[in-house]
Design a protein around this ligand. Structure first.
Ligand SMILES: [Fe+2]
Ligand SMILES: [Fe+2]
Length: 156
């Protein structure tokens, strides 16, 4: 996905097939669009900063939730996926500090877009890998797949 493509829409191809994770991903996409609109609409730095803070807070909760489920599903790449979450979180926290220090609107707007893009890329590339794993598992053993879903907590 290119940085200049402002509006992101949910599509079924983004579904991982797990309703509560899809709900969190949808919420994330809505937040991305809100952030894009704020930056494109030249909103003030505190407004953009608040949206980024919210996005990172939600992402950190979502990462934790995803890791719980990957563990439960015995996803073979769960450790690598968790490491990517940790790496992304550290990287984003660093960029957030740079964002806070930046005075020129062009600079902090670019940093905001960078943060957003890192999270979008993770969803599009890394999360889709476990989506594929779940789909393959469901084809091989539909009972087990249902079981995995039945064990998924109803609420976050
Ligand atoms: Fe995710
Ligand atoms: Fe993830």
């Amino acid at each position: 996905m290119e940085q200049l493509e402002w509006k992101i829409s949910w599509s079924d191809s983004l579904s991982v097939g797990v309703p509560e994770i899809d709900a969190e991903h949808r919420k994330f996409i809505a937040r991305v669009n809100e952030l894009n609109e704020a930056i494109v609409g030249c909103k003030s730095k505190p407004v953009v900063e608040r949206l980024l803070d919210l996005m990172l807070m939600e992402a950190s909760h979502h990462f934790w939730h995803e890791q719980q489920l990957l563990q439960r599903w015995n996803y073979p790449e769960r450790a690598a996926h968790a490491a990517k979450h940790a790496q992304l979180t550290a990287q984003l926290e660093r960029v957030m500090k740079e964002f806070a220090r930046a005075d020129v609107s062009f600079t902090w707007a670019l940093k905001g877009l960078y943060i957003k893009q890192q999270l979008v890329d993770h969803l599009l590339h890394e999360d889709m890998k476990y989506r594929d794993f779940l789909q393959q598992n469901a084809q091989r053993n539909p009972g087990e797949r249902q079981n995995a879903r039945a064990q998924t907590p109803e609420t976050v």
